[in-house]
Unconditional design. Sequence first.
Length: 80
Amino acid sequence: MKNLNQQIIDPAYVQIRKKEAAAILGISVAELDRRRTNDPNCPKGFKERDDRMAPVKFRLSDVYTYSKLLMQRSVVAKTR
């Protein structure tokens, strides 16, 4: 993406891998897998092929939307 104009890239069309999605959310891949199972709002991802070894990918805009939801659900941390 070094040579691409970042201002014209639409997150609705950018596909990222599970590891990148977890990094954006600030969680581990294992935690992302748990949330995909237990949180109905967490993006489930998709595969380009129907085989076990195909990588799970996510639409970047779905990850951003989920992150925004998590921030809305969060509580303010108390300071000492």
